[in-house]
Ligand binder design. Structure first.
Ligand code: P53
Length: 470
């Protein structure tokens, strides 16, 4: 048994982490433009304004904005069937609330999509990936304000109207549950202390509405379009078979899956409602919200997979701001960790696929999976990243079992990332995920020249054989 014939192999990036050109083409600043450089020891800071003496790695990133032709040519050389990317809201509506979209921004993505389609690469597009317009954050405290629903829907309609013939698969919000670890970065909400969780849940209520309205619009206007939700891959095992550890694990998972529950089921089911009540979160909702949610159920569920965690009755797991596990118990059966402390667990992707399918019965799309680590550029321009090949191979093997042995429908697989980009968690370049190396360091120095890693040639064979060669 093997992968479906039309399986979508490819790679992924996000606008804020690869495009650069943060103030070109009339683009406005977003939350990621006020994120400073950090490291695994030091979290990134989010400044109020852009300060002259600070380094903001996303401003130039790897300059995909000026290199997209070269980069997409390399993706095509790898044989990509699809390329997952995001549109920067602030290229289309620089402040987020303008009357008319910015034609320069629209033209840029037309160029990118045309370049992809020229090679038969299907674009998979997220509307929001950690880049709320800074103006909306400053003026309304971001998604905490219900006003953002209409602004986002307007933006979503504008790009779907423009690109519906070029883009079939859409994702409304990247990693809907990642708001829990970074409300400002993810949803433009500045919040601290007692109100923090309340604000986050209120903000996501608004995101659910915006997503549902876009789903409904897409379905009624362009029946071929598929709109997905996306889950930040937090998958936990019970640390022991102590019954209370097993319950703690279920609770930890429910807490993360709360967000996709609403988007996939189209309502706050009993689990979600009880969760809100138990935590004393009082959401401000309008009577019509119920119908809005019900009419905007997503068509598929995309997710990222990097690791598994372990829950126990003593701790509450989560993710920390640098993108590694927080409060997880150690898993004694997993021996390897990345230098950033991410435990490697290829079997976990099979677990994840089964878990999500059992809960939602929706087609799944693995839109992020990859190894973030140090690479060395050799003098002859080669990069021998056999560790990345090994990592990816093992994950694909397990994904294949989920498809062929367990009967989980999977639309496709996109590695994180296609090309080296700025790390979301730390702002580093040296935490490299790409199959294409970019000559740039953590301080922003480098030629931006691109080099094919060994994994590039390996992945090309995997795609060409539809996952038979691994
Ligand atoms: P970085 C944390 C945990 C899991 C996924 O992360 C996460 C995060 C965010 O820190 O986000 C996704 O770059 C995200 C990407 C991000 C990627 O994981 O922190 O969708 O934007 O780059 C990897 O190592």
């Amino acid at each position: 048994m093997s992968f479906p014939k039309d399986f979508l192999w490819g790679g992924a990036t996000a606008a804020n982490q690869c495009e650069g050109a943060w103030n070109e083409g009339e683009k406005g600043p977003s939350t990621s433009d006020v994120a400073t450089g950090g490291s695994k020891e030091k979290a990134r800071e989010f400044t109020r304004t852009i300060e002259d003496n600070l380094y903001y790695p996303n401003h130039e990133a790897v300059d995909f904005y000026h290199h997209y032709k070269e980069d997409i040519r390399l993706f095509a050389e790898m044989g990509y069937k699809c390329y997952r990317m995001s549109i920067a809201w602030t290229r289309i509506f620089p402040k987020g609330n303008e009357d008319k979209p910015n034609e320069l921004g629209l033209q840029f993505y037309d160029n990118v999509f045309d370049e992809c389609l020229k090679y038969g690469i299907e674009p998979i597009v997220s509307l929001s990936h950690f880049d709320t317009p800074l103006y909306l954050s400053d003026t309304y405290n971001g998604w905490k304000n219900r006003g953002l629903v209409d602004y986002f829907v307007k933006y979503g309609k504008a790009v779907i109207d423009r690109y519906h013939e070029k883009v079939k698969y859409w994702i409304t919000f990247n990693e809907i549950n990642s708001c829990l670890n970074g409300p400002f970065y993810v949803m433009g909400i500045r919040t601290e202390g007692n109100n923090k969780l309340q604000d986050i849940y209120q903000g996501t209520h608004h995101q659910f509405l915006a997503s549902a309205k876009i789903v409904k619009y897409a379905h009624t206007t362009y029946p071929d379009i598929k709109v997905g939700a996306m889950y930040a891959g937090i998958f936990s095992y019970p640390h022991t078979c102590h019954p209370e550890d097993v319950i703690a694990c279920q609770k930890d998972m429910d807490k993360q899956l709360y967000f996709t529950d609403v988007m996939c089921f189209g309502k706050y089911n009993d689990k979600a409602s009880i969760f809100l009540k138990m935590n004393d979160f009082a959401l401000v909702t309008y009577p019509e919200d119920e119908e809005t949610l019900l009419n905007g159920k997503v068509d598929y569920l995309a997710f990222s997979y990097y690791m598994t965690l372990c829950s126990s009755r003593n701790k509450n797991i989560g993710l920390n701001l640098v993108g590694s596990a927080m409060n997880s118990e150690e898993n004694e059966y997993l021996s390897e960790k990345t230098p950033w402390g991410v435990p490697l667990d290829p079997v976990g992707i099979r677990y994840a696929l089964n878990l999500l399918y059992n809960r939602y019965q929706l087609p799944l799309f693995v839109v992020e999976n990859g190894l973030g680590t140090y690479d060395r550029l050799e003098e002859d321009g080669s990069i021998h990243d056999e560790y990345r090949i090994d990592y990816t191979r093992k994950h694909i093997v397990e994904m294949k079992k989920a498809i062929t042995n367990d009967g989980v429908p999977v639309i496709g697989y996109t590695t994180w990332s296609s090309i080296d980009i700025i790390s979301a968690g730390t702002g580093e370049m040296s935490k490299r995920y790409g199959f294409i190396y970019v000559d740039k360091d953590d301080l922003g120095n480098g030629t931006l020249k691109r080099f094919r890693k060994d994994s590039f040639y390996w992945y090309k064979k995997v795609i060409a054989s539809n996952g038979e060669y691994l």
